[in-house]
Design a protein around this ligand. Structure first.
Ligand SMILES: Nc1ncnc2c1ncn2[C@@H]1O[C@H](COP(=O)(O)OP(=O)(O)OP(=O)(O)O)[C@@H](O)[C@H]1O
Ligand SMILES: [Mg+2]
Length: 206
């Protein structure tokens, strides 16, 4: 389904390319301008800031809580229904208050935020930046997304709704101390976009 957009694009492929290009430019700017340092860590407010930063030129709903219910899954047997609208705001308040003192607590918080899926589109990409900021602040590590296989990531995330052990194991082996590494950040954006089907542009080159 073609999302209503600020660019007045009506062609799906064209919209997908424009979204990738513009939001990757914004991700690069977020890092290079140091605006990334202003983000509140581990709250919905911080996540909404990231989402708005990436998508505000493209979508009216950037940084805003969704107004429709969402479900995702490869087939009807494996479908995940994200938080129903009536529980979304209370659930975001609850997530804000969740502890983030160690790796396990941080991943548990990430899993809950994924179940909330607060935005109409762009949840995966915005929430992975949010996760890395929590890890960076609390345990002085980030994820090297290039060390996380796409299929393993999706099956662990699908499973995380029921049990979070697989996603914890998968992300733990990809932790790195390179928390100030610009190239690692840019590459991480590219991999994060690749997970969601966007691999036309390299963030570094935009
Ligand atoms: N079936 C599922 N069960 C649980 N989590 C899922 C499932 N499918 C996807 N996810 C998680 O949601 C993230 C975003 O995927 P999804 O396509 O639902 O959201 P989106 O809002 O379109 O985000 P983006 O635009 O960044 O792709 C994935 O990266 C993954 O972490
Ligand atoms: Mg998407």
């Amino acid at each position: 389904m073609l999302l209503d957009n600020k660019l007045n694009i009506t062609d799906q492929i064209e919209l997908s390319k424009a979204e990738e290009k513009i939001s990757k430019q914004k991700a690069k700017q977020l890092f290079d301008s140091n605006d990334i340092e202003k983000i509140e860590i581990g709250t919905f407010k911080g996540l909404a800031y990231i989402h708005a930063y990436l998508f505000d030129d493209i979508y009216h709903f950037a940084g805003k809580i969704r107004e429709v219910n969402i479900a995702k899954g490869a087939d009807l047997q494996n479908i995940s229904r994200f938080a129903p609208l009536m529980y979304l705001e209370p659930s975001l308040k609850h997530i804000d208050a969740m502890p983030q003192n160690n790796f396990d607590e941080i991943i548990e918080k990430y899993v809950e935020m994924n179940i909330a899926h607060p935005f109409r589109e762009g949840n995966g990409r915005a929430t992975r930046i949010w996760l890395d900021l929590i890890l960076k602040k609390e345990i002085q590590q980030v994820i090297d997304w290039n060390a996380v296989d796409k299929d393993d990531y999706f099956s662990s995330m699908q499973r995380s709704v029921v049990k979070d052990v697989e996603i914890k194991v998968l992300l733990k082996q990809a932790l790195t101390d390179k928390i100030h590494d610009r190239a690692l950040f840019m590459k991480g954006i590219d991999v994060s976009y690749y997970y969601e089907g966007y691999s036309e542009f390299k963030t570094e080159e935009l």
